[in-house]
Write a protein that binds this ligand. Structure first.
Ligand code: AMP
Length: 629
């Protein structure tokens, strides 16, 4: 008889076996994969020794698929079948992007979950999820080849401002690539982990991320092993590429100064000169001057020298431009520079000395730069993956993220009841009980919302579903328990259950299209700015709901028991009801409260008589002993 080896639940049969787990930085321009080996996080390279994998996917004429450098090289000759920056389209609809700036044939498909953007290629219609899956497949294959085994899972990083749809799309891409997602991790959080800040003393850290085309600033608060995103801001059209363009324009100016007449550059020469400009920029990081030499297609020789001093002057406004979102993020978080314990530099463009100097000057401290700014996010993700795969000691703290925007549902009067407040640590489950508004109500519409504002119209609608089959009861006596669960990846599921009958309905929220970073910031900022007016709007809506339910109850009572009142009394009550209706119409919460009070007072006697009548009805023809009070 063979012996089967079994293990305790949650414990591995071979506790000392190292599980292969990776961290993946799925970037807009480049992607990386990293792992922890012998306690050290390192990037896994391809067979040519490249760290980076350009996030470019080409659908080839022969039916094959190319990913990375070869696809990137074919971009200009085969633009419609070579997809770059698929990350920008993840979880988005057509109205979220500027189609005119893109070479692709976009189409939008409608599904149960809403509109989804897709791209028509020679290999058929491809979704951003499928395209990203090709990048992930390539990284998975690279990792399995260099680690010599199958991966147990991966931590994949996403921008902190990614919403549910964008996170879900990232998870779907990973699943399609055959990867087990251990967790999605916010990019700034990953960078902080790479620097070991999760083991550092508690405090507030800034992650300054300047890539090729985007700038992101995140303020994280570390407390009890949990990173909370206090604020994010940025500029989705500012990055190292803008520095290249400044050099490019400067070189053209020099050419104009040297020659009396210049022919305009064609597309090929423009591309060539932009590449030279980029090389010059990168050279200037470690050198005092850079030579830009280019033979144009006309045979003209362009030969100019750019000094560091000139470069700094040319790009001074770009450097300053990053400080505006930085100041805004600090202001949103209610912080000053003195509150910042450390600044982490992420993104290739933070190698530029003028950026480092400007950040040091602004924050009055030297930023953390000793890790490669291109690799730092992947390195942090690998550390997290290693922990989640169980390769670390039991007492290792797990790093947690928080949700960026509050989640709630619609209640009467168009108000939002927040169930999970923003910045709650994930994963989280919160439940709250609600009741019916009308007598005999057998269904309830559940409207799930996201945002910081008090009114439904100011928040973002995520989903709607209905709970049906509630047993008919008097208004206010049904108990409907609504549970919100956000998993460790920030994905939301909502369930509603009527407690007495156990009827239940639920939904997993996969919103049809996402929010842009700007929209999220706007939602947060309008929430901060509108607190007072929101409070008033809530007070008014609540006063109206109370008043209307009182009016409805009195109408029913008058219909049933008007014989308990004389004509004069009925007229008095009707007068107060009309006054209350007029005040509801006028829309001043204070006046509605007063009119509601007045109506309550005017109907006190009527309520007492109804009570007496129902008691004497219950007692009619019975012994006192039989009556159950
Ligand atoms: P990322 O999107 O993080 O990969 O950053 C890419 C940007 O970093 C591009 O604009 C690069 O030109 C820029 N970059 C890479 N290396 C350097 C360097 N040594 N000095 C200045 N910029 C660099």
């Amino acid at each position: 008889m063979a012996l089967l080896q079994i293990s305790e639940p949650g414990q591995s049969a071979a506790p000392h076996q190292h599980k292969l787990a990776v961290g993946i930085d799925l970037g807009t321009t480049n992607s990386l994969v990293a792992t922890v080996r012998s306690g050290l996080s390192s990037i896994l390279v391809d067979e040519d020794g490249h760290n980076l994998l350009p996030s470019v996917v080409r659908y080839m004429p022969d039916g094959g698929i190319e990913v990375g450098y070869s696809a990137q090289a074919a971009q200009s000759q085969d633009p419609t079948n070579t997809v770059v920056s698929a990350k920008r389209f993840m979880g988005r609809g057509l109205k979220d992007i500027d189609v005119s700036q893109q070479p692709y044939h976009f189409i939008e498909t409608k599904s149960a979950s809403g509109e989804m953007l897709q791209i028509e290629t020679r290999a058929g219609i491809k979704s951003p999820v499928e395209i990203s899956a090709e990048i992930l497949k390539t990284l998975k294959a690279r990792a399995e080849k260099s680690l010599g085994g199958e991966l147990v899972g991966a931590v994949i990083t996403v921008p902190a401002y990614f919403d549910d749809a964008q996170r879900q799309a990232t998870k779907d891409a990973a699943r399609l690539a055959g990867l087990n997602v251990l967790r999605l991790l916010n990019e700034p959080t990953a960078a902080a982990v790479a620097y070991g800040l999760d083991n550092a003393s508690e405090g507030i850290y800034v992650i300054y991320d300047l890539g090729g085309g985007t700038f992101d600033i995140s303020i994280l608060k570390l407390a009890k092993g949990v990173f909370e995103v206090l604020a994010t801001n940025g500029d989705s059209a500012l990055g190292g590429d803008d520095f290249d363009r400044r050099i490019f324009c400067w070189a053209l100016d020099q050419r104009l100064a040297e020659q009396s007449k210049c022919t305009p550059l064609n597309a090929q020469d423009t591309r060539l000169l932009l590449t030279k400009a980029r090389e010059a920029k990168e050279w200037l990081t470690d050198h005092a001057s850079a030579q830009i030499t280019s033979v144009l297609s006309t045979g003209e020789l362009l030969n100019v020298t750019l000094s560091t001093k000139q470069f700094n002057e040319l790009t001074q406004t770009l450097v300053t431009k990053t400080l505006a979102p930085t100041k805004k993020a600090l202001r949103d978080a209610g912080l000053t520079i003195e509150d910042i314990k450390g600044v982490v530099m992420v993104g290739g463009a933070t190698r530029m000395p003028q950026i480092r100097l400007s950040v040091a000057d602004f924050f009055k401290q030297t930023p953390l730069t000793n890790l490669d700014p291109d690799k730092v996010v992947a390195l942090g993700a690998a550390i997290q993956a290693n922990t989640l795969a169980g390769n670390k000691g039991d007492n290792e703290l797990l790093l947690l993220d928080v949700i960026p925007l509050s989640l709630g549902l619609e209640t009467m009067g168009g108000l939002v009841e927040k169930i999970i407040p923003r910045n709650s640590t994930l994963p989280i489950t919160r439940a709250q009980e609600f009741t019916t508004f009308k007598d005999g109500q057998t269904a309830m519409s559940i409207h799930v919302l996201q945002g910081e504002r008090e009114l439904v119209t100011d928040c973002r609608s995520l989903a709607r579903f209905e709970l049906r089959g509630i047993p008919p009861m008097v208004a206010g006596s049904a108990r409907i328990r609504v549970t919100f669960t956000v998993d460790a990846d920030g994905l939301l599921s909502v369930s509603a259950r009527e407690v007495a009958s156990n009827v239940e309905a639920n939904i997993v929220v996969k919103p049809s299209y996402g929010l842009s970073e700007e929209q999220i910031l706007n939602m947060l900022q309008s929430g901060f700015g509108a607190a007072e007016s929101d409070k008033q709007a809530r007070a008014l809506a609540e006063a109206k709901v109370d008043a209307e339910s009182l009016l409805a109850a009195i109408e029913i009572a008058l219909e049933k028991d008007s014989d308990l009142l004389n004509a004069q009394e009925i007229q008095a009550i009707r007068g107060k009801m009309d006054a209350l209706r007029a005040n509801i119409h006028a829309g001043a919460s204070h006046a509605i409260h007063e009119a509601t009070e007045a109506l309550n007072l005017a109907t006190e006697e009527f309520a007492a008589r109804r009570m007496d009548a129902s008691v004497s009805h219950a007692l009619a023809g019975k012994n006192l002993d039989e009556v159950n009070f």
